[in-house]
Design a protein around this ligand. Structure first.
Ligand SMILES: Nc1ncnc2c1ncn2[C@@H]1O[C@H](COP(=O)(O)OP(=O)(O)O)[C@@H](O)[C@H]1O
Ligand SMILES: [Mg+2]
Length: 382
């Protein structure tokens, strides 16, 4: 495990804006969405910095990552996490309750929370709704509850997931407007697909229309400096300048793993006679493309038709439509030099979806799952 560069100030600021919003931040109570590219440290920031800070400030936090199991339904993952937390709340000796007692001085007289429903009724037809369950949690804890859904855009790819988002909106609307509410229900979603995440807040028919959508704050120059200092402490000679390292970190899309890989290659090639500041940009430029290669290789392995379909989707700015049309079949045929029948398309698209290189964005609409892969593809076709 590489050492994590902590960002306590950023976490404190964000937690404060969520839990005690000023006039201009009150919109955050409708929901906050952070979007940033894959592998830039969103999950790490949430888990190591933001969740502990929210807890230290007295909130009860539930965290779910919808990419932790892409085969499970988003709704099922959220329900499992909520149930898990509720079951800790009813257990007097659970670590969660001890923490709430300590931080908030909550006095339950040696008991756990007592809910007016059975936990296994949660989310069942005719059972208890998320709104009812969270209202009881807010009222009994006397404070804020924050639900964090990592890779939330995964929820809008299925009908069930959309229903869940509507249920969360209903939860917010059941709890927050109460004049005497002892706490609020706050929702934080993050996603690796900016277009999809903004869609969640921008479209009027989406559950979280009107919520706030912000770019995830990527790691900055302080992180780069921290890495260089550690390398210096380890005795690495021929280090790049901070400026050159920072430029390369940006070339690599602010991805820590790629950055460390580039520095690793730099260390191995110091016999080339070139200065680190000359070498590092070259290494970074090469690595930038290879980050996408793994994904593109999956497409190639599915076959030529897959590549032609992927090309059509990747070239389209915004969601691609009409990928099953006769006109599309004709253009795929031209690309691969044989006739393509319309009924051949669906099974190949299914394979691309299963490989998680393409994703369904709505009825008849498709997009590339990783915008970075799409960007590299477009760069190469120019
Ligand atoms: N603050 C950090 N300091 C050091 N390494 C980090 C930091 N944040 C992320 N990383 C590394 O970058 C990689 C991607 O991080 P992750 O949090 O999974 O990104 P995301 O959730 O945006 O896809 C991981 O290997 C992680 O260890
Ligand atoms: Mg993540």
């Amino acid at each position: 495990m590489p050492e994590v560069f902590r960002r306590p100030r950023l976490a404190a600021e964000l937690a404060g804006r969520l839990l005690r919003p000023g006039v201009l931040d009150e919109g955050l109570r409708s929901g906050l969405f952070l979007s940033g590219l894959r592998r830039t440290g969103k999950t790490t920031f949430l888990r190591t910095d933001l969740v502990p800070e929210l807890e230290a400030q007295g909130a009860l936090v539930i965290y779910v990552d919808l990419w932790s199991d892409t085969k499970a339904s988003p709704a099922a993952l959220v329900q499992a996490a909520v149930r898990q937390t509720l079951s800790q709340l009813v257990t007097p000796s659970s670590p969660l309750l001890s923490r709430l007692r300590r931080i908030k001085g909550l006095d339950l007289g040696g008991m756990g929370f007592r809910f007016g429903f059975q936990l296994d009724q949660l989310g069942e037809a005719g059972g208890v709704t998320l709104a009812q369950a969270f209202t009881e949690v807010v009222d009994q804890s006397g404070g804020d509850v924050v639900l964090i859904i990592d890779e939330v855009q995964q929820a809008i790819t299925t009908e069930e997931g959309n229903q869940m988002l509507l249920a969360l909106k209903a939860t917010r609307d059941a709890i927050n407007p109460r004049p005497e509410t002892p706490g609020h229900f706050l929702f934080l979603g993050t996603g690796s697909h900016r277009a999809l995440v903004s869609e969640l807040t921008a479209r009027r028919n989406q559950a979280f229309a009107g919520a706030t959508s912000l770019p995830y704050p990527v790691l900055d120059q302080a992180y780069v400096r921290h890495v260089l200092e550690r390398l210096r402490a380890e005795g690495m000679e021929l280090l790049p300048s901070e400026e050159s390292a920072w430029n390369s970190f940006q070339t690599l899309g602010h991805r820590p793993e790629e950055f460390l890989r580039a520095l690793g290659q730099l260390r191995l090639s110091t016999t080339s006679g070139l200065a680190p500041d000359q070498l590092l940009p070259v290494i970074a430029a090469t690595l930038r493309g290879s980050a996408a290669d793994l994904e593109l290789l999956k497409v190639e392995q599915i076959g030529g038709l897959a590549t032609a379909i992927f090309d059509r989707v990747a070239r389209s700015e915004g969601p691609a439509r009409g990928i099953f049309s006769a006109e599309a079949a004709l253009s795929y045929g031209e690309a691969i030099g044989r006739e393509v029948r319309v009924e051949e398309i669906q099974p190949v698209v299914n394979e691309l979806l299963a490989a998680n290189v393409l994703m369904r964005l709505g009825h008849g609409l498709y997009g590339v799952t990783d915008p970075f892969v799409q960007e590299i593809w477009q760069e190469r076709q120019r």
